[in-house]
Design a binder for this molecule. Structure first.
Ligand SMILES: Nc1nc2c(ncn2[C@@H]2O[C@H](COP(=O)(O)OP(=O)(O)OP(=O)(O)O)[C@@H](O)[C@H]2O)c(=O)[nH]1
Length: 526
């Protein structure tokens, strides 16, 4: 994204120094360190003839030069000046010059979900939006609401954030109506959070309301479902019935259902292979077939550990309660008595499938972060290794551990610690490919499986994630802080067995910790 790496790096260091000031604005030493970084950036700007950046830095340097007894007032003053510097840095580093049509541009990357912000207070958004860039969004901020909305519509923005004035004027109403008509989702934001304004936002069909100042986590929580909608796979329903008439009527009832995929078979001896291949969320099973009973088929299915919890619903004309109870004792979950009403069939199938899905989700997901849990991550790593071996493709495995996480809990509280874990989880998911596996290994440890990636590719990706994550601010009651992580990386085929690979990554992680943390360690070639 940048062609002036040194400017970019100097700015990042300046931001890190600023964070220290933010946390202790009375500490002169932190101010002095911050000033050194400002000086350095200024020097680079002069060397490279970046006049805009030089000019933007001048008031800040002037203020810092006269600093004697710093505190909150000086912090606020610098807070006002920094967005200008930031905008000039962006201009200097941008591959393409900043387009004049928007007042502030964050994230030039093509393909990133675009968010448009309409606000008269353009500069006040700069820091927040810089943070959001780390989460994979690109932003345009407009003070001209009309121009901004046109841009949003033309560029198919994911959403628009509109700074609502206390009295929503006619022009803003017209713009909002235009967005609603085009199906463009928008959020209201305002310094005020009074009932009257919230009511107006609701009536104007806002997706949500943000009271300013806005935190990164609130914004990401609201934007993620729009930008990255969860891909809900259709429920898979399998039916085994030797009657063509029953199959036809079940198909007629279920096939038009959206979000449902049906697989029908008539031969009992194909049941195991079809279960394996189709992996249904519910099985409809004929109770009386020519060659065997449904009860016998259910027993065969339940002998197999992989299928022991699939819901089985019998289709039967059997009305004897005793026989039905006997069948339930042997692995059945429900009965549908023929002739089956369409509504009853659809309701039963959906209820069973939904419950089975959420049960399976609970079994594989970590409840805090929504990532795969330890057991599932390990199983997926094993699967990736087998696939890598079959297809002669490299597989990398990384274990990540947040640095000094105990201090985060001790200094800011367990709840803030939990939020950091969730932030890292979300950040990892956003920055990795869909084909990569991300899991929470336990505590403050995470694991990644990079499929079909060389050690160099995985290391580069991991380092970029590590740097990005270290730039994210985490908020607590009284300010902000940042954290880093260390990682250990090992790869297949250098390590062919699961345990060898995991131990190698673990050893590399501890070497990275010993070497000073905030780095990626590589396991030796094996
Ligand atoms: N908030 C929160 N903390 C957790 C969770 N699981 C583990 N922890 C904490 O994570 C911390 C891990 O601390 P240590 O193993 O000493 O390591 P560290 O402080 O990260 O230090 P290094 O790994 O050596 O950089 C402990 O304080 C645990 O209580 C969790 O789910 N939520």
């Amino acid at each position: 994204m940048t062609k002036r790496r040194d400017i970019h790096d100097a700015w990042n260091e300046m931001v890190l120094a600023w964070k220290m000031v933010w946390q202790a604005s009375h500490d002169l030493e932190f101010w002095a360190a911050f000033m050194l970084h400002c000086d350095r950036l200024h020097g680079l700007a002069r060397e490279q003839g970046l006049v805009e950046l030089e000019v933007a830095l001048r008031p800040l340097l002037g203020m810092l030069a006269g600093l004697a007894d710093p505190g909150e007032a000086q912090k606020s003053q610098a807070d006002l000046l920094l967005p200008n510097v930031f905008a000039a840095v962006r201009d200097a580093c941008s591959l393409t010059p900043r387009r004049k049509q928007s007042d502030l541009t964050i994230g030039e990357n093509e393909g990133l979900p675009l968010v448009i912000v309409l606000t008269p207070e353009v500069e006040s958004m700069a820091e927040l939006l810089l943070q959001m860039e780390n989460y994979g969004y690109s932003f345009r901020v407009f003070s001209d609401f009309m121009g901004g909305m046109q841009f949003a519509l033309a560029q198919r923005a994911v959403t628009v954030l509109i700074d609502l004035p206390a009295q929503v004027d006619l022009q803003t109403r017209a713009l909002i109506r235009q967005a609603n008509q085009a199906g463009l989702k928008w959020f209201a934001m305002s310094q005020q959070g009074d009932f009257h304004l919230r009511l107006q936002a609701v009536r104007l069909e806002a997706q949500g309301f943000f009271q300013l100042p806005l935190t990164v986590s609130t914004l990401v929580d609201a934007l993620d479902p729009l930008a990255y909608p969860a891909r809900e796979e259709p429920y898979r329903v399998m039916i085994l019935d030797d009657s063509a008439t029953v199959l036809a009527s079940v198909k007629k009832a279920l096939e038009p259902m959206p979000n449902l995929s049906l697989r029908a078979i008539r031969e009992p001896d194909r049941v195991l292979e079809t279960l394996l291949d189709f992996s249904p969320d519910v099985l409809l099973l004929d109770f009386h077939m020519q060659d065997c009973t449904g009860l016998e088929v259910a027993k065969i299915i339940r002998q197999n550990k992989a299928f022991e919890s699939i819901p089985i619903v019998y289709l039967t004309s059997e009305t004897s309660v005793e026989i039905q109870l006997e069948a339930m004792r042997h692995g059945g979950d429900d009965f549908l008595t023929k002739p089956i009403s369409q509504a009853q069939l659809v309701n039963t199938v959906m209820a069973k499938a939904e419950r089975y899905r959420s049960l399976r989700k609970m079994m594989v997901e970590d409840s805090l972060t929504g990532l795969f849990n330890h057991v599932k991550t390990k199983a997926l790593l094993q699967q990736a290794l087998l696939q890598g071996e079959r297809q002669a493709l490299p597989v990398c495995y990384a274990i990540l551990d947040i640095d000094h996480f105990k201090r985060v809990n001790d200094s800011y509280g367990h709840a803030v610690g939990d939020r950091v874990l969730r932030t890292l989880a979300r950040y990892l998911k956003q920055r990795l490919r869909r084909s990569d596996v991300v899991g929470r290994y336990g505590g403050e440890e995470f694991a990644i499986v990079f499929f079909d990636a060389t050690l160099e590719q995985a290391e580069e990706r991991l380092n970029s994630i590590r740097e990005g994550f270290s730039r994210i601010y985490h908020a607590y009651d009284e300010g902000i802080f940042s954290v880093t992580f260390s990682a250990g990386l090992a790869h297949f085929p250098a390590y062919t067995h699961l345990m060898e690979l995991m131990v190698a990554a673990d050893t590399a992680l501890y070497a990275a910790k010993r070497a000073g943390r905030n780095r990626v360690g590589r396991a030796p070639a094996g």
